[in-house]
Design a protein around this ligand. Sequence first.
Ligand SMILES: Nc1nc2c(ncn2[C@@H]2O[C@H](COP(=O)(O)OP(=O)(O)OP(=O)(O)O)[C@@H](O)[C@H]2O)c(=O)[nH]1
Ligand SMILES: [Mg+2]
Length: 373
Amino acid sequence: MVELAVVLPTFKERENVAPVLAALERALAGIHYEVIFVDDDSPDETAELIRGISLRDPRVRVLQRIHRRGLSSACVEGMMATAAPYIAVMDADLQHDETILPAMLATLKQQHLDLVIASRNMPGGSMGDFSRERVAISGFGKTLSRMVCRCELSDPMSGFFLLDRAFVHEVVRSVSAIGFKILVDLVASCRRPVRFAEVPYRFRTRQRGESKLDIMVLIEYLQLVLDKMVGDLIPARFLLFSVVGALGALLNMAALAMLFRWFGLEFTIALGVATFLAMTSNFFLNNTVTYRDRRLKGSMLWLGLVSFYAVCSVGGVITIMLSEFLRRAGLAWYTAGAIAVVITSVWNFSITQLVTWRLQRRRHASRSAPQQA
Ligand SMILES: Nc1nc2c(ncn2[C@@H]2O[C@H](COP(=O)(O)OP(=O)(O)OP(=O)(O)O)[C@@H](O)[C@H]2O)c(=O)[nH]1
Ligand SMILES: [Mg+2]
């Protein structure tokens, strides 16, 4: 019977697949285990390579996700794809020390815990060759995590941990699955104190393949923390969309002031150009931040931009008509304006979500649809 499943999220890790499997084979001698790679359709065909290995070794499987990105959601789906009573999650790039897995498993079983975390921030552990900036960012992440986890974790940014399956099932429906930091997400999703232990390890330097860390990891982490705090009331994606919208409104005002006051353009023309600029920047910001996981590329990017202009222009007309209507109905100008802006934001968000950021999927769906005879 399989006792332990090791979930390895991958994106462009082809050259690490064989070494990580060999390392697990050595470390887990005597334990019945299986390995589940969750690959987000890596262009280097990591998934194809793993499928080849699975044919020979049934302990190895791959879950290949199409049009999806995201480390956290990959881990969740990997965890849900196994029947093993214990589940380990670790990176596939050999930075996590697989040799401590048996000790982590023994601790979890002996102490009847929900979770054992491999920590870099306790005696015996180390951040390895982490640059000072990355240590600082990790520290900042740790401080933020205290706002949502009701316990003190020494390394909440860790992507290396072992769980009891019952715990996964208990929290999985509350998990946000946004971004990179699945551990904080799991712990913050639990309605009772989590029973956990920490085991030290030394983070290794990446030997092969490239890092996927970028500024988006930080933005998505902020999004996760926000979702954990207010997500039951307002969807995190809507919050991000609103932040981008507010930035756009500022840009709109600044451009209007410049074009009208400095360049002496006629007011309506200046307003038109400023609005056009703000809509364009909003589209690109939303495409890279709010909808990173469904980012439009190539020809779909331009089609998306046109549909975004169309939806937001209708939104603009709604704002004008609604605020005028409310003002005539006796509301103060600022109340009428505020209500109209909120309603327009919901309109812009809902319709662009349904139309603009569905384009890529539609195109692929129509391409892969069976041909009619
Ligand atoms: N399925 C999936 N896996 C991902 C994604 N992004 C990263 N990964 C995998 O998650 C693990 C961690 O990513 P890394 O880029 O190594 O992040 P890191 O270890 O914090 O950064 P480095 O120290 O620079 O390597 C690796 O196994 C990646 O292949 C993703 O979008 N989807
Ligand atoms: Mg790594």
